[in-house]
Design a protein around this ligand. Structure first.
Ligand SMILES: Cc1cc2nc3c(=O)[nH]c(=O)nc-3n(C[C@H](O)[C@H](O)[C@H](O)COP(=O)(O)OP(=O)(O)OC[C@H]3O[C@@H](n4cnc5c(N)ncnc54)[C@H](O)[C@@H]3O)c2cc1C
Length: 392
């Protein structure tokens, strides 16, 4: 039966951007609806490394720029939420680690480390004296400097649940083929939904939707490809950026537990910055070669290997190969297309949205005519593509 409904705000896309915004809107009494075509947390967010960046990585790359500065306030803001005292209660999120390390090989940068860290981010970073190095790193044969970074790493599947659970009643799954817009309202099959604002947080699909609705004048976006590596069992829990000579880390390693409790190293940074269609064996070989230079005593010959081709979708940056400095919103009337740029920036994206929406209406709605959206699984729990590297 045809039905008609009203929401203050309809959001399309339940990655971190949509989830964060939806939770903030609901927590402030808005009648918000979040629609997802696949699974909650399902795109880049569930595939991310879960690092809440402070900007130090970018400062080391010589980019003591707007990006490093705008991002430096983020860890504190997230920590307040993780402690249950911030704008959202994310105390149900598992924090994998409270801090990370920069591993700077001997001879590289030297005193610059202290200079840059002091200049940009004050007391948030400090060199770790050799006497305090973790045993696993000593045993790995690493030679150089370790710098402590005040950047938490989150277990993203648990973050997704923490954002979703209190408000799951207004997070619903749709088939995109059933959806149409008539310039004002949204139609899902026989159901019509009016809203004060439609917010698109559909990442890679945002641009195509804006184009199909004639909203793309002046819209510029970019997709930066990655082929992320995964290896298991990981030798030990490590959360580190391996600093090299270019403006990006040679590798960024985070550690996660798969569904059987086995430790997985998830490898981003330079080793992952390559075409998505790269040969997985080549990715494996060059990643291991890169890791071995930093951690020469580790035996990685018997690990299982997997790799994930994925794009990062953002507003277009002026600087080739780089991301924009802040979240990006492209508006056309009451239609708004949003990219957080980083998971870390989702709170800022929500701030930007709050700046243009009105007050919440007193109306509430029941969205039970749409099915509840399921959760996405962690990328390392998709078993199909794991290979035994020892077997070649
Ligand atoms: C491998 C990788 C690692 C990263 N690591 C980090 C990190 O450690 N720290 C950090 O700060 N950032 C990181 N990032 C960046 C960060 O993950 C992204 O900026 C962020 O997750 C983007 O969130 P999003 O909600 O815009 O997009 P997504 O998470 O991609 O979500 C978009 C959602 O929209 C849905 N959708 C698509 N089309 C439609 C439609 N028509 N209608 C409704 N729903 C639709 C999709 O199914 C998906 O669920 C990483 C990115 C990648 C790819």
């Amino acid at each position: 039966m045809a039905s008609h409904h009203h929401a203050d705000i309809v959001i399309l896309g339940a990655g971190i951007a949509g989830l964060w915004l939806h939770a903030r809107l609901r927590s402030q009494g808005y009648n918000a609806l979040l629609l997802e075509t696949h699974a909650v947390g399902g795109g880049q967010s569930i595939a991310s490394q879960g690092i809440i960046h402070s900007g130090l990585k970018y400062a080391f790359a010589g980019k003591v720029n707007k990006l490093a500065k705008s991002i430096s306030a983020m860890p504190d803001r997230w920590r307040a939420c993780l402690n249950g005292t911030g704008e959202l209660d994310l105390s149900a999120t598992d924090v994998s680690t409270q801090s990370q390390i920069l591993m700077i090989p001997s001879g590289l940068m030297g005193g610059l480390v202290k200079l840059v860290t002091k200049k940009v981010l004050g007391g948030q970073v400090r060199e770790i004296p050799k006497s305090e190095w973790p045993n696993d790193i000593v045993r790995s044969g690493f030679k150089g400097q370790l710098v402590y970074m005040d950047e938490p790493v989150l277990n993203v599947p648990s973050l997704v649940r923490a954002l979703c659970t209190p408000y799951h009643d207004s997070i619903r799954r749709i088939e995109w083929d059933d959806v149409s817009f008539d310039g004002k309202d949204l139609h899902i099959g026989k159901h019509t939904i009016t809203a004060d604002h439609f917010i698109f947080t559909a990442a890679g699909n945002n641009h195509a939707i804006a184009t199909s609705l004639g909203h793309d004048t002046g819209l510029k976006t970019q997709a930066r490809p990655l082929r992320m590596g995964m290896l298991r069992p990981a030798p030990f829990a490590l959360y580190a950026h391996l600093v090299g000579q270019s403006d990006k880390p040679v590798a960024t390693i985070t550690t996660h537990k798969d569904k059987d409790g086995t430790l997985v190293w998830y490898l981003g940074g330079g080793v992952a910055e390559r075409a998505k269609e790269s040969d997985p064996l080549e990715v494996y070989k060059s990643t291991i070669k890169g890791l071995t230079k930093y951690l020469p005593k580790l035996d990685l010959s018997n690990v299982q290997w997997n790799s994930l081709p994925i794009d990062r979708f953002e507003g277009k940056s002026d600087k080739e190969g780089w991301m924009p400095d802040t979240p990006v919103i492209h508006s056309h009337g009451t239609y708004h297309y949003c990219w957080p740029t980083k998971l870390t920036f989702s709170p800022l994206l929500a701030d930007k949205v709050f700046a243009f929406i009105g007050k919440p209406s007193s109306k509430q709605a029941n969205w039970n005519f749409l099915e509840k959206a399921p959760y996405a699984s962690a990328v390392w729990d998709k078993d199909d593509d794991w290979t035994n590297t020892a077997a070649g």
